[in-house]
Design a protein around this ligand. Structure first.
Ligand SMILES: NC(=O)c1ccc[n+]([C@@H]2O[C@H](COP(=O)([O-])OP(=O)(O)OC[C@H]3O[C@@H](n4cnc5c(N)ncnc54)[C@H](OP(=O)(O)O)[C@@H]3O)[C@@H](O)[C@H]2O)c1
Length: 269
């Protein structure tokens, strides 16, 4: 698994990590054990960066449970998501409980009340319970505001969507992140399954075999990670074996322009 500096955040991340939206919003022994098995596979394969949020229901609790006794092996990213600064503090208190008293990357989810939350997060960073601060958004109309937050100099990482059918960040957000040396976490690598509805055939994937690509999800992850401005992609899965499959895309060699263009064409662009 290749590792990259997450911009100037001070964190070094594996290029493939894991998201938890919907997949870790579960309750009950069997479902929690399954989440634990997904985390087992992630840790075994070096995909040690995990993203969560209070917006994802049970995900912070279930991820915390899965990391019980092995928190040190992981980098945990989570988010604050509420218009209220007071409720935000409460969310942070709870998350810190789930994650053994520290969060590696604390992000402002969808930029909600970012000014107020930044003050609280900076205090936590100064106390040493938060290592780095970031901001996320999933919709292009918000990218102008995201760039304004990036320019404040108060965050060191962003989380944005990027895949062959969602490329709005390419001309604005990614160049600015590179200029400012900010970390880039890539959400929705499979466009929330939209890119998995029609999987290319084995014959169509054959030209990518020399890059270690065996499956279409691996081709999509390599497409993202072959852009050096991206540092970690966070596919979500509820299936332990898929975590191993996704993590395997984190090894070089990386695609050149021709292979990226080929994958874009297979994706229907
Ligand atoms: N505003 C924000 O901050 C924001 C917004 C959106 C997402 N995110 C973050 O980004 C993460 C990733 O985005 P996402 O969960 O929306 O979408 P995604 O990762 O693009 O797609 C997830 C879906 O792909 C399937 N999948 C994963 N690996 C697979 C494989 N190897 N083969 C076949 N299917 C596979 C999973 O189904 P199975 O469970 O059946 O494998 C899951 O339903 C989220 O979990 C969240 O942490 C953040």
């Amino acid at each position: 698994m290749e590792k990259r500096a997450l911009g100037n955040s001070g964190l070094t991340v594996p290029v493939v990590g894991m998201g938890t939206w919907s997949t870790f919003d579960v309750k009950g022994k069997a479902a929690e054990a399954n989440a634990g098995a997904v985390v087992d596979r992630a840790l075994e394969s070096g995909a040690t960066f995990f993203d969560s949020s209070p917006m994802y229901g049970e995900s912070e609790r279930v991820l915390g449970l899965a990391l019980d006794g092995r928190r040190d092996a992981a980098l945990v990213a989570t988010k604050v998501w509420t218009p209220s600064v007071e409720t935000g503090r409460e969310q942070m208190r709870r998350a810190l409980e789930h994650y053994d008293g520290r969060v590696d990357l604390y992000q402002i989810h969808n930029l909600v009340s970012w000014r107020g939350h930044l003050d609280t997060l900076e205090r936590l960073r100064d106390e040493g319970t938060v290592a780095a601060i970031g901001a996320t958004h999933y919709q292009a109309p918000a990218f102008e505001e995201l760039q304004a937050v990036m320019r404040t100099g108060r965050i060191t990482a962003i989380q944005i969507p990027y895949n062959p059918i969602q490329r709005e960040v390419e001309d604005t957000v990614l160049p600015l992140a590179a200029d400012l040396d900010l970390g880039v976490v890539v959400m929705r690598p499979f466009a929330e399954r939209g890119l998995l509805r029609r999987m290319p055939t084995e014959a169509e994937l054959a030209p990518l075999a020399a890059f270690g690509v065996r499956t279409w999800p691996q081709a999509l992850l390599k497409w993202i990670l072959s852009d050096p401005r991206c540092h970690v992609a966070i596919p979500a899965t509820s299936k332990p074996h898929r975590m191993t499959e996704n993590a395997a895309a984190g090894d070089p060699p990386w695609f050149g322009a021709a292979e990226r263009e080929y994958v874009s064409r297979l994706a229907g662009r």
